[in-house]
Design a protein around this ligand. Structure first.
Ligand SMILES: [Zn+2]
Length: 250
């Protein structure tokens, strides 16, 4: 141990092979936000860091100060594995998507207790609740909120039309909703007022009640397309994360 070592409570997002026997971890820590660290020997059988060098688990990591830019894990302890070996393939695919999107969108070394709690929540939901698409949409909405990009979902941002009926564009250019009339020529897909209300319910529901938010297949498709368009506009690489998800699900 070095006196400058720090111990953090973290969620492992990715664990990639690195050199011959090491793993390069991408994690999100409660205390320090997103970061990367090398777990030496974690790829070899019997390596003492093997159990923490796995994606989608909560770990306690002791990190040594960076040498040439990257920190090393000097000690690690697995607290909880959400989606381990033998997990449902769909749960694994969605967990990879959430990790990928986090890696692409969230800046390094910016701690956020809310986002840390969100990661724990969505990985638990993927383990316990079969509607993985709903968990992904919930994550996308909360990610937009975390990044300060969440659009106003109360009505048309131009004429004020309410969500009593009709269709709306979730317009990244307008930073919110546009009714069909105000949004003529808008490229963002049209979604029904009910789909917008469902997004609001997802955002407002207490966590325990999330599985009770019922979403029909048609509405899920509308929400999926609207959020995909919105995310792609703001986050350069979100389409790549979605392609990976699609490949894993096919
Ligand atoms: Zn309008």
């Amino acid at each position: 141990m070095d006196i400058r070592d720090i111990t953090v409570d973290a969620v492992v997002l990715k664990a990639r092979d690195y050199k011959e026997q090491d793993k390069l971890l991408t994690y999100f820590a409660l205390e320090t936000g997103k970061g990367v660290a090398i777990a030496r020997g974690a790829a070899k059988p019997g390596g003492k860091l093997r159990s923490i060098a796995q994606p989608f688990c909560r770990v306690s990591l002791t990190l040594s100060p960076p040498k040439s830019g990257v920190a090393f894990v000097s000690q690690g302890l697995q607290q909880n594995s959400f989606i381990g070996v033998g997990a449902d393939l769909s749960a694994l695919a969605y967990a990879s998507y959430i990790s990928e999107l986090t890696d692409l969108a969230v800046p390094e070394h910016r701690p956020s207790p809310d986002f840390f709690a969100l990661l724990l929540t969505v990985f638990s939901l993927l383990q316990m609740d079969d509607d993985h698409a709903r968990t992904a949409r919930y994550f996308e909405l909360r990610l937009l909120q975390e990044l300060g990009l969440l659009p106003d979902l109360t009505g048309c941002s131009c004429c004020g039309r309410s969500l009593m009926g009709g269709s709306f564009h979730l317009s990244p250019r307008a930073g919110g909703l546009l009714c069909a009339a105000c949004g003529a020529g808008e490229a963002a897909p049209l979604i029904c007022a009910g789909a917008v209300q469902t997004m609001r319910r997802l955002l407002e529901a207490p966590l325990m009640r999330l599985p009770a938010v019922r979403i029909s297949r048609t509405m899920m498709e509308e929400i999926d397309q609207a959020l995909a368009y919105y995310l792609d506009y703001h986050l350069e690489y979100s389409a790549k994360a979605r392609r990976i998800l699609q490949q894993l699900l096919d």
